[in-house]
Design a protein around this ligand. Structure first.
Ligand SMILES: Nc1ncnc2c1ncn2[C@@H]1O[C@H](COP(=O)(O)OP(=O)(O)OP(=O)(O)O)[C@@H](O)[C@H]1O
Length: 270
């Protein structure tokens, strides 16, 4: 950013950096043999916000975050992070299926440290960084265990820590809690919210659960049936940390009802 605008006064540059979108998506196109999923799709993802992507089944939620993260190729278009391509960006990705995402032959600790090993961080430094993250999050899981000795929620927590260990500037989460039981889902929502409040990392979460989408988010990105367009980018600015009481708050109830109405309209339109 600073090299792009070298003559700006520092304060103006900083201000522009803070308020400029983190991610710009322009002219995104994606189709499969039987459907056009995205057609000239434009969107800006704001910096340091938690955004949930919500919409009808099969509208392209996962495809969207996978294309932004560079995991699925676009047919056309451009996705830039402060002007940089994904190859220049440190990002984290949390998959829905944590059972397949973790390496079963590595202890939880080594699973978390693995991305650091990949980029050549020495062992002592890896251990120091994992311990620091664990302490920071207040995680009480025995990390000397292998994944199959951990509960589903604990495994997903390990996945999230593995995504965070590189200190990503953006974190993608594809239905991260949908395979967990309700108790563990509630616990994990709190953990995620805590990480978000503490790190202010931009987060993009695909969710099938409207209550969860609104509860966790600063914005809900409501998509239409494909070819997907933005039905509305719904703001929810309840203070954090949000708690059980947030869900009975009139602002929460009204925002959820509004999203539901838009969603129903989309579903019935199709
Ligand atoms: N590899 C693929 N080959 C063919 N079609 C695909 C492929 N991946 C996704 N699709 C189709 O693209 C559309 C969008 O898929 P995507 O998984 O992104 O939707 P989604 O909104 O995340 O779905 P869901 O609500 O079921 O999680 C769907 O119709 C899906 O069947």
């Amino acid at each position: 950013m600073s090299s792009a605008v070298p003559n700006w006064p520092t304060s103006a540059r900083d201000e522009s950096h803070r308020t400029a979108p983190h991610v710009t998506i322009r002219g995104l196109c994606k189709g499969y043999t039987d459907a056009v999923i995205y057609e000239n799709f434009d969107f800006d993802i704001p910096r340091g916000k938690l955004i949930s992507v919500f919409g009808p089944n099969g509208c392209g939620k996962s495809t969207l975050i996978n294309m932004i993260a560079g995991l699925v190729p676009m047919d056309a278009g451009e996705v830039l992070f402060d002007g940089r391509p994904i190859s220049k960006v440190k990002f984290g990705y949390v998959f829905q299926n944590y059972r397949e995402a973790l390496f079963p032959w590595l202890r939880a600790f080594d699973n978390i440290a693995y991305p650091l090993k990949l980029v050549g961080v020495p062992k002592a430094e890896r251990e120091r960084r994992v311990e620091r993250l664990v302490a920071h999050l207040g995680v009480k899981v025995d990390l000397s265990l292998y994944p199959y000795h951990l509960s589903g929620g604990q495994q997903q927590l390990v996945s999230i820590m593995r995504a965070l260990i590189v200190e990503p500037e953006i974190l993608f989460l594809d239905e991260p809690f949908s395979a967990l039981d309700y108790e563990m889902t509630l616990f994990m929502r709190e953990q995620l919210q805590r990480v978000f409040v503490e790190t202010a990392t931009t987060m993009v979460l695909v969710s099938h659960d409207l209550e969860e989408a609104v509860y966790l988010s600063d914005y809900v990105l409501l998509l239409s049936r494909h070819p997907a367009r933005v039905v509305e980018f719904v703001k929810f600015d309840a203070p954090r940390p949000r708690t059980d009481r947030t869900m009975s708050d009139p602002g929460f109830v009204a925002t959820k009802a509004h999203c539901l109405q838009l969603f129903q309209h989309e579903v019935h339109r199709g």
